[in-house]
Design a protein around this ligand. Structure first.
Ligand code: UP6
Length: 260
C-alpha cells in the first residue's frame, strides 16, 4: 500500500492529468469518484450540481444516456470547471488499435474532445494504447488500464493483472493508473489505483457485482480513488450520502498515510 501523500505523489507524477487529479484530491480533500450512471441528461446534471463539490472525479457511461445531445457536454464541462473535478468516460475500449482510435475520436460522442480520461482494456495488447495520445488540441488526456474487475467470476488471472501493470511502464506519459481491486503489484507511486465496487457495507447486486467497504478498499487494498455509483445515486439524498462516503474514504486515506 502506497503511504505517500497525494501532494507528494503529484510532485512525482510525469503525466499532467495524474498531477492534476492528485492536486484536486489534495485541495478538495476527497478521493471519491461518483459514477453518474443515470440515463437522463437532466438527472445527471442535477445530481452533479448537488454532488460535484464532494468529488475529485465524475465517471460517465455516455452510451447509456437516452436523450444525449451536445449541449449536455457543454453543461457537463461547465460543472467540471465550477466544482473542479475531472471527467472519466468509462468506455472500456477493447478492440484493435485502429478501431479504438475511431471509437475514441469519431462517432456521435467524440469522447476524446471532452473526457479527461478513459478506461481501456489491456486484452488486445499494447497496440490499443497507440490509439490514444497524451493530449488533444494541447489539452492533456489520460488512460486507466483495466487490471482487475469487481465482478464475481471474471476471467482476469493474476498473470493478466501483472502483465497489464507491466504494459503501462512504456506508456507512463499516457497511463494515469489502473482500475483494479488490489494494488499489490503497483509499485510506482505515480500511478493511481481506481477501485469500483464500493459501498458502506459488504454486499452484492443481482449481476455479480461485489462491494467492499471504504476501509477494505483504501486501507487494505490500496485504492487511491474509490468509485461509488448506486451507493450514492440510488440514495434518498445523494448529496448527504456523498458527504458520508467522502468523509469515510478520506479518513481511511489519512489513516493509511499516517500509519507507518
Ligand atoms: N465498474 C465496476 N467494476 C469494474 C469496472 N468498472 O463496477 O471492475 C464500473 C461499472 C459502474 C461502476 O461500470 O459504472 O463502476 C460501479 O457502479 P456501482 O457502484 O453502482 O456498482
Amino acid at each position: 500500500r502506497i503511504k505517500m501523500s497525494y501532494e507528494k505523489r503529484a510532485e512525482l507524477a510525469q503525466n499532467p492529468i495524474t498531477k492534476q487529479l492528485l492536486n484536486i484530491m489534495a485541495t478538495k480533500r476527497t478521493n471519491l469518484c461518483l459514477s453518474a450512471d443515470l440515463t437522463s441528461t437532466t438527472k445527471i446534471l442535477s445530481l452533479l450540481e448537488n454532488v460535484g463539490e464532494h468529488v475529485c472525479m465524475v465517471k460517465t457511461h455516455i452510451d447509456i444516456i437516452e436523450d444525449f445531445n451536445d449541449d449536455f457536454l457543454v453543461q457537463l464541462k461547465h460543472l467540471a470547471d465550477k466544482f473542479n473535478f475531472l471527467i472519466l468516460e468509462d468506455r472500456k475500449f477493447a478492440d484493435i488499435g485502429n478501431t479504438v482510435s475511431l471509437q475514441y475520436l469519431k462517432g456521435m460522442y467524440k469522447v476524446a474532445e471532452w473526457a479527461d480520461m478513459v478506461t481501456v482494456h489491456s486484452l488486445p495488447g499494447e497496440g490499443i494504447l497507440k490509439a490514444f495520445t497524451g493530449s488533444i488540441n494541447g489539452v492533456s488526456r489520460g488512460v486507466f488500464l483495466l487490471a482487475e474487475m469487481s465482478s464475481q467470476g471474471n476471467l482476469i488471472s493474476a498473470e493478466y493483472t501483472k502483465a497489464t501493470i507491466d504494459m503501462a511502464d512504456k506508456y507512463s506519459d499516457l497511463v494515469t493508473g489502473f482500475v483494479c481491486q488490489n494494488g499489490e503489484h503497483i509499485k510506482n507511486p505515480a500511478f493511481i489505483q481506481l477501485t469500483p465496487g464500493v459501498q458502506l457495507i459488504n454486499a452484492e447486486d443481482d449481476f455479480g457485482q461485489v462491494y467492499n467497504t471504504p476501509e477494505t478498499v483504501v486501507l487494505e487494498k490500496g485504492a487511491d480513488v474509490a468509485v461509488v455509483g448506486r451507493g450514492i445515486v440510488a440514495a434518498k439524498n445523494p448529496e448527504s450520502q456523498a458527504v458520508i462516503y467522502k468523509e469515510a474514504l478520506w479518513e481511511c486515506y489519512v489513516k493509511r498515510i499516517s500509519n507507518t
